[in-house]
Design a protein around this ligand. Structure first.
Ligand code: 8X3
Length: 248
């Protein structure tokens, strides 16, 4: 199961895992995009349309899965976004709610809804998409970073709780990835979004998907538990080697 499959890292992950032979449950808010993705996949897939932040719908949809798709082996908790990049005193409360609802609360709801099928079989692998923003705080990113720090803490807690059950819990923390991410953060301002990756080669969604595939394919006794994935040009959350003088 991949959440946020309608674009970016989620889309690329679904494509890579399908090429590797996995049946897929594609989750997202945009049904037309999920159908487009489904038409490109090599393996059987099932679409679930919901917003991860909508608690009731998350459980309703996941509990409605047909028999063939109801035993989930691998959950990729990818859905999430950034809204705004502002200092605390200027930020919009609605942006904060949207980030906390999808990046953190939504991830916990989906996990809770999927877990019963893993717990009863004592089998499964959950991979959460964190961020370098969950390891380091940067200016104007206070609540986005908080939501990703929360994902990091939840991942560790989940790994502890599921340890006796033999269920693997891992996290991937990407730095700069060229997806719709910055365009959404800057509310459709393509110019501002393009400045973020100016003068350097960011990660592609496929780079992250390839890492996820590697983690999924590790031998059963191996858990690649926590990976920070950066483009070569990025040193940390706010230092990058750019060919131009553009600053983050
Ligand atoms: C995305 C990476 O550096 O824009 O989570 O926060 S960053």
């Amino acid at each position: 199961m991949v959440t946020g499959a309608s674009s970016g890292i989620g889309w690329a992950t679904a494509e890579v895992l399908s090429k590797g032979g996995a049946n897929l449950i594609l989750c997202g808010r945009r049904e037309n995009r999920l159908k487009e993705l489904q038409s490109k996949l090599d393996t059987p897939s099932y679409i679930l349309v919901f917003d991860v932040g909508d608690k009731e719908r998350v459980f309703e949809k996941i509990n409605s899965l047909p028999e063939k798709f109801s035993s989930i082996d691998i959950l990729i908790n990818n859905a999430g976004n950034a809204h705004g990049l502002n200092p605390v005193h200027e930020a919009d409360l609605n942006d904060w709610d949207a980030m906390i609802d999808s990046n953190f609360k939504g991830l916990t709801y989906v996990t809770k809804a999927v877990l019963p099928t893993m717990v009863s079989r004592k089998k499964g692998h959950i991979i959460n998409l964190g961020s370098i923003a969950g390891k380091e705080v940067y200016p104007n990113g206070s609540v986005y970073c908080s939501s990703k720090f929360a994902v990091d803490a939840f991942t560790e807690g989940l790994r502890l709780d599921l340890n006796p059950l033999g269920i693997k819990v891992s996290a991937v923390h990407p730095g700069m990835v060229n997806t719709e991410f910055s365009e959404i953060r800057f509310k459709g301002n393509k110019h501002k979004a393009s400045q973020v990756y100016k003068g350097l080669t960011p990660l592609s969604a496929k780079d992250v998907a390839d890492l996820i595939e590697f983690m999924v394919l590790a031998p059963d006794h191996v858990n690649i538990a926590d990976v920070l994935l950066l483009p070569k040009a990025q040193a940390n959350a706010y230092v990058a080697n750019r060919k131009s003088s553009t600053k983050l």
